[in-house]
Design a protein around this ligand. Structure first.
Ligand code: AMP
Length: 189
C-alpha cells in the first residue's frame, strides 16, 4: 500500500476520512494535531509550547514540527503504508517529509486533497466545538486557521502537483459518496 498524504482546510474531513481509510486498508495513521493534543493533555514541555500556537490558530514552527513528525513516523508500524493527516502544512515541511521518507527508502505515495466550501467548513467546525469541545474550534480562532490555511498551506497544493501525486476529491454534499471517491482515488493511483 502506498503512503497517503491527506490534505485540506480545517474541517475538510481529514481525520474522518483517515479513520475510514485505516479501517479499510489497515494502514498506519499519523495525525500531527492528535500528537500535539496528547502532549498538551500530558502536560509535557512540548505540550506547553504547542498550546500557545494551537489556541491562537497558528502553526507550530517548522523545525519543531518536522522533528516531532520524524519521531512519530519512526515509532509506528509501516508495513501497510502510512496516512499523514495534518502534515505537511508548509512547503518546508513538505520538502522535509520528502527527504525523510527518501532517507528511509520510502516515498510520499499519493496526496488526496479534500475540497469543501468555506461556509460548510465553518458550520462543521462550530458543530465540532459543541460536540468535542476543542479549544481552537471557536469562531475567532477558526477564522485565523482559515487565514493560515490560505496563506501558508494552500500553496502546497501546487507543490504536490509538480511532484505529480496530487488528487482532488470534492465534497459531494454527502459523506458516503465523498468517501467512495476517496477510495476510488486510492484504488486507481
Ligand atoms: P489539526 O488537528 O490537524 O487541525 O491541528 C490542530 C492544530 O495543531 C493546528 O491548527 C496547528 O496549530 C497545530 N498543527 C497540527 N499539525 C501541524 C503542522 N503540520 N504544522 C504546524 N502546526 C500543526
Amino acid at each position: 500500500m502506498k503512503n497517503i498524504i491527506i490534505f485540506g482546510a480545517p474541517g475538510s474531513g481529514k481525520g474522518t476520512y483517515s479513520d475510514e481509510i485505516v479501517k479499510k486498508y489497515g494502514m498506519g495513521h499519523i495525525s500531527t494535531g492528535d500528537v500535539l493534543r496528547a502532549e498538551i493533555k500530558g502536560g509535557t514541555e512540548l505540550g506547553k509550547i504547542a498550546k500557545g500556537y494551537i489556541d491562537n490558530g497558528q502553526l507550530i514552527p517548522d523545525e519543531l514540527m518536522i522533528d516531532i513528525l520524524a519521531k512519530t513516523y519512526d515509532a509506528i508500524p509501516k508495513g501497510k503504508g502510512v496516512i499523514f493527516d495534518g502534515f505537511p502544512r508548509t512547503i518546508d515541511q513538505a520538502e522535509a517529509l520528502k527527504v525523510m521518507l527518501k532517507d528511509r527508502g520510502d516515498d510520499m505515495g499519493m496526496m488526496i486533497e479534500l475540497v469543501v466550501g468555506e461556509d460548510v467548513l465553518m458550520e462543521r467546525l462550530l458543530k465540532r466545538a459543541v460536540e468535542q469541545g476543542r479549544a481552537d474550534d471557536n469562531e475567532e480562532t477558526i477564522k485565523k486557521r482559515f487565514e493560515v490555511y490560505r496563506t501558508q498551506t494552500a500553496p502546497l497544493a501546487a507543490w504536490f502537483e509538480k511532484e505529480g501525486i496530487r488528487h482532488i476529491v470534492e465534497w459531494t454534499g454527502n459523506k458516503e459518496t465523498t468517501l467512495d471517491k476517496v477510495f476510488a482515488v486510492i484504488e486507481n493511483a
